[in-house]
Design a protein around this ligand. Structure first.
Ligand code: PAF
Length: 281
């Protein structure tokens, strides 16, 4: 596995691969890899001839007081995992490589960034979209892979690609969970053992919601209130519990069609997110 930090070199190597007729797949990450990331890498390995993984803890998507400085890092372990997964090229730029002096551009999307994490983490999606578009341009990727745990991020990126005629095919991959249901996340590392137990309330509340909708519950407010009670019973501090249209994240009036039930909650000081797409008839 080749390891580089220069954006110019990345583009050069990727274009060389494409000239040889290879397809290029990109998996953008912030490192501290888990099975969720590795499922994206495996998918890229399956579909693409030349697989690039980027590791970059992007400072512009963290707000003041968020966990940029303490975001978990273990490059040696990440490298070993990626090498074993058959990755061709690991791109690890520095903040200066990505944002050289004088940098002043921002990619901003309107409506789809307004609810959920967009409302609770101002500027977050500007940072995500800007870095992701840069990674697309630097890597000249044909395909890029994102996890559905960050469901809003996936939808925002799909929208950006459509709106700006970006020639990258986006593929979303299912959430990978621990055997007990906890959605895999690099931030799970912050949890103490008792907190990890309490964090199970996120996936349990989604299970309950799915059961209720399957059983014919049709009131959005009632469903949200049931989900909130499961989270509150575990002493989690709720950031949001919202039910939106799964395609465009627009407001809904009734429980009908494909709906996104999305949660963000604090377990102690750790903010976790989880979601489920519910199919209501
Ligand atoms: O999902 C992430 O890890 C990040 O938001 C991404 C897509 C790598 C952009 O920094």
């Amino acid at each position: 596995m080749l390891k580089i930090s220069s954006p110019e070199k990345l583009r050069e190597l990727s274009l060389e691969a494409k000239e040889e007729g290879l397809t290029v797949g990109l998996v953008p990450t912030m490192g501290y890899l888990h099975e969720g990331h590795l499922s994206l890498v495996r998918r890229a390995r399956e579909r693409n001839d030349f697989v690039i993984v980027s590791i970059f803890v992007n400072p512009t998507q963290f707000g003041p007081g968020e966990d940029l400085d303490k975001y978990p890092r273990d490059l040696a372990r990440d490298e070993a995992l990626l090498d074993a997964a058959g990755v061709d090229l690991l791109f690890i730029p520095t903040p200066e490589d990505v944002y050289p002096e004088g940098f002043q551009s921002v990619v901003h999307l309107e409506h789809i960034t307004k609810p959920l994490c967009g409302a609770h983490r101002p500027g977050h999606f500007d940072g995500v979209c800007t870095v992701v578009l840069k990674l697309f341009n630097m890597s000249a990727a044909d395909d890029a892979y994102f996890g559905m745990k960050d469901y809003q991020q996936l939808k925002v990126i799909e929208r950006m690609v459509k709106d700006l005629n970006v020639g990258v095919r986006i593929e979303g991959m299912p959430i990978i969970r621990e055997p007990d249901g906890l959605a895999m996340s690099s931030r799970n590392k912050y949890l103490s053992d008792p907190e990890r137990q309490r964090a199970l309330a996120l996936s349990k509340s989604l299970d309950k919601a799915e059961e209720l909708v399957g059983g014919g519950l049709i009131e959005p407010a009632e469903l949200i209130s049931e989900v909130r009670s499961v989270l509150e019973a575990a002493n989690l501090e709720i950031d949001y519990v919202e039910l939106l249209g799964a395609e465009n994240l627009d407001r809904i009036e009734s429980l009908k069609g494909n709906l996104l039930l999305a949660i963000a909650a604090y377990v102690g000081t750790t903010r976790l997110i989880d979601n489920r797409v519910l199919v209501a008839r």
